[in-house]
Design a protein around this ligand. Structure first.
Ligand code: UFG
Length: 364
């Protein structure tokens, strides 16, 4: 950790009273908080009056996202440059802040890359989570929100996916690493009756904050559909490749449950509130419960942006499932959360972000 970060931590203590402006405010560690979902969650936490400490190694994120979060909220984020796989960094962090809860986003998430670099994925995602849980145990922090994925339902699960389905059997190390961490959390919560864990199984988060200040800023060629479409729209990519139109779906293209990243971020705040009154580990699907095809999304983006998206149909992408979407009943019943924003909202906000920041945070 650099001198600068020590200095910023000392400042935090000095000004501590100013960072607790709300009665029920908590101090939350957000690992990976400079990334796409993490930065949107930081906005929601700050706007609820919580103090946010971000730990991020910036391997797939940019510190500028946190300056933008501060602009949106007019409140400070405490940034620590470091990695969850570094136990010394965690010890130093947990010694300086008394966290009420941890929200764990930090990890690698590219499916294809995970097949090429399985050890990196297991190390970052599984070992990193273990180190974090050990630090929490040592410093008596008992609330944990985990960034899980619909991919843990595996290849053969019937749709819609419901939390009671058997999990496991993911086709790639990324999915397996998420599943392994869920198993670790379930066992950890069985062994420690004080531990409360929410495992949030995301479907397909897209969109951006309506301010246009923060959004998804992938490194290199985007793997995911929406960032690719958005980059075609601003002229950074020529044409969208649609991976297969011969699936058993109405238009032949794959169907997914796309949800607005701000809805997803709000889901983390709801989960955090729920954790305060509960013990044990629980899984929740965060999705809308509705599926849209690749071509539905292309049309919706064109309608929202007024830009025509040239596309070509190419062969199927290995490992893609034809259809899946969430049964999100449990999140509504237990957390009081449901996705409110429409596909059109997701497209409008994606377009605002991408057109204002054609090169992402690099435009700053
Ligand atoms: N697609 C294209 N062209 C592209 C990119 C994607 O046609 O350039 C298609 C895919 O084939 C798929 C759909 O768009 O049918 C969505 O693909 P994404 O890559 O955006 O999302 P996935 O559903 O494949 O994966 C996402 C996350 C994973 C997570 C998974 C399940 O990226 O991390 O959902 O939760 F594991």
């Amino acid at each position: 950790m650099s001198t600068f970060h020590y200095a910023s931590i000392r400042l935090v203590f000095y000004f501590e009273p100013y960072f607790r402006p709300f009665v029920n405010s908590m101090v939350i560690l957000v690992t990976g908080g400079a990334g796409y979902i993490g930065s949107h969650t930081a906005v929601e936490l700050l706007s609820q009056g919580h103090k946010v400490v971000v730990l991020d190694d910036l391997s797939n994120a940019c510190e500028e996202s946190l300056s933008r979060v501060e602009r949106i909220c007019n409140r400070k984020v405490h940034f620590v440059h470091g990695n969850v796989c570094d136990p010394n960094c965690l010890t130093s962090l947990f010694s300086r802040f008394k966290f009420d809860a941890v929200i764990h986003f930090a990890g690698c998430k590219a499916v294809g890359e995970s097949v090429r670099k399985p050890l990196d994925y297991y190390h970052n995602n599984v070992t990193g989570s273990l180190f974090l849980l050990e630090a929490m145990k040592k410093f008596d922090v008992k609330k944990f929100v985990f960034s899980s994925s619909a991919t843990i339902y595996g290849q053969k699960a019937p749709v819609p996916y419901v939390e009671t389905l058997k999990t496991g059997g993911a086709l790639n190390p990324y999915g397996s690493s998420k599943w392994m961490v869920e198993q670790i959390l379930i066992d950890a919560a069985k062994a420690d009756s004080e531990l409360s864990v929410a495992m949030l199984r995301y479907f397909n988060p897209i969109g951006a904050h309506p301010s246009g200040l923060i959004g998804e800023d992938p490194l290199g060629v985007p793997n995911n559909l929406l960032p690719f479409i958005a980059q075609v729209a601003v002229g950074k990519r020529e044409v969208l490749s649609v991976f297969g139109d011969d699936y058993e779906t109405p238009d032949g293209t794959c169907i997914r449950d796309y949800l607005h990243v701000v809805d997803l971020a709000e889901g983390h705040v709801k989960a955090l509130n729920w954790l305060m009154g509960h013990k044990g580990a629980e899984a929740f699907n965060l999705g809308t419960g509705t599926g849209f095809s690749v071509l539905d999304v292309v049309k919706a983006f064109e309608a929202a942006s007024g830009v025509v998206i040239p596309y070509q149909v190419v062969s199927r992408r290995s490992g893609d499932l034809a259809v899946f979407w969430a049964d999100a009943t449990k999140a509504k019943a237990v957390l009081g959360w449901e996705a409110k924003r429409t596909l059109n909202d997701m497209m409008i906000d994606t377009w605002r972000w991408q057109s204002l920041n054609p090169n992402g945070y690099a435009d700053t």
